[in-house]
Design a protein around this ligand. Structure first.
Ligand SMILES: [Zn+2]
Ligand SMILES: [Zn+2]
Length: 338
């Protein structure tokens, strides 16, 4: 099959590789209908994660089941499915506790930006749409594989409540989905921190009541001014680097909570500040499958449209250009069509 392969930092190519095959009875294989590039794919692309050897890449995919293992009972060839980036059995003690991200049988999509992808723990992981989805819903369904579930997890972890206040740090696809989640969960004030106009526009469409373009101390001061001199109850940290975490710690009110979903790179938590101001930190890798049934309903009923985060669609053949566009921040998130 044709698959995106990361050979080394900055060296991404569409290669021909062996098709995935059913290895375990709980596996399924999907023909990828739509894939996309994730902000976290940029870590190895930029050399900020090691790339010890060439490997297929892409953990976000939706498509049609083409083959299932002998133990898969809930899905059959022809089903159109959303595949969470983190696969789980949805039955082990961690899954039943709502920590599907730490499933005893955890797996990941490893060839999402390709023609076919293997799904481990297919029964526990996947959700299906009733028949072939309408074309206009496809981008929003695509967003459920990771970014919308991750933004939702940030909002839930930060304790967003109806009538409360939320501040979102990070204006990538996850941050924007965090705005959408905070708004949908009923926060009365949702502040998006973004200095990029096209992203500010999406944030407003997703329910941001305010946009703060300033950063650092000025940004924190602007947030506090909006919130009557105190910070936000719920802060969503959606980037994962040190600058972003410092920004996140500049904006909660005493007693507030930071929901962290950016994969941490070189981050240290200020435990003294956390202690003195009673600031909680929750979150981590999203238990995507936990949220999928509810999020799928919200998309199918056209209540939320997280697909708005995709501002560039390319054929899979042009995946390298997609990486460049995201790396150079010319695109928020790139949709790929195999
Ligand atoms: Zn992702
Ligand atoms: Zn499990």
């Amino acid at each position: 099959m044709r698959a995106t392969v990361l050979h080394a930092p900055g060296d991404i190519r569409l290669d021909t590789v062996p098709d995935p095959v059913i290895d375990q009875p709980t596996d399924a294989i999907i023909k990828v209908d739509t894939a996309c590039i994730c902000g976290s794919d940029l870590w190895p692309y930029r050399g900020e994660d090691d790339v010890p050897e060439a490997r297929t890449i892409g953990h976000e995919a939706i498509g049609t089941v083409v083959e299932v293992g002998s133990a898969v009972s809930s899905f059959a060839p022809g089903d159109f499915v959303v595949v969470p980036f983190d696969h789980c059995d949805n039955t082990c003690p961690n899954c039943t506790y709502g920590a599907q991200n730490a499933c005893d049988n955890l797996g990941f999509t490893v060839s999402g930006q390709a023609e076919y992808a293997l799904v481990t723990q297919a029964d526990g992981s996947m959700v299906k749409t009733p028949g072939q989805p309408d074309a206009d819903l496809v981008p929003s369904l695509m967003a459920l594989a990771d970014v919308m579930a991750t933004g939702w997890h940030a909002a839930v972890s930060a304790g967003v409540r109806a009538g409360g206040t939320a501040v979102v740090v990070g204006d990538g696809a996850v941050g924007l989905c965090g705005v959408l989640a905070a708004s949908h969960l009923g926060a009365e004030t949702v502040i998006a921190m973004s200095r990029h106009e096209p992203r500010q526009e999406i944030a407003r469409a997703f329910g941001a009541t305010h946009v703060v373009a300033e950063r650092g101390k000025e940004g924190a001061a602007a947030v506090k001014e909006i919130l009557g001199g105190v910070g936000g109850e719920a802060v969503l940290e959606c980037v994962g680097n040190d600058a972003s975490m410092k920004q996140a710690f500049g904006v909660p009110r005493a007693g507030g909570t930071i929901g962290v979903v950016g994969v941490p790179h070189g981050v240290e938590l200020p435990i003294r500040t956390m202690f003195g101001k009673n600031i909680g930190v929750r979150g981590g890798m999203a238990p995507t499958r936990k949220y999928l049934p509810e999020l799928l309903d919200l998309v199918l009923s056209r209540t939320i449209d997280p697909g708005k985060v995709f501002d560039l669609t390319l054929p899979l053949d042009e995946v390298a250009e997609g990486y460049r566009a995201m790396d150079e921040r010319r695109a928020v998130k790139v949709l790929l069509k195999p």
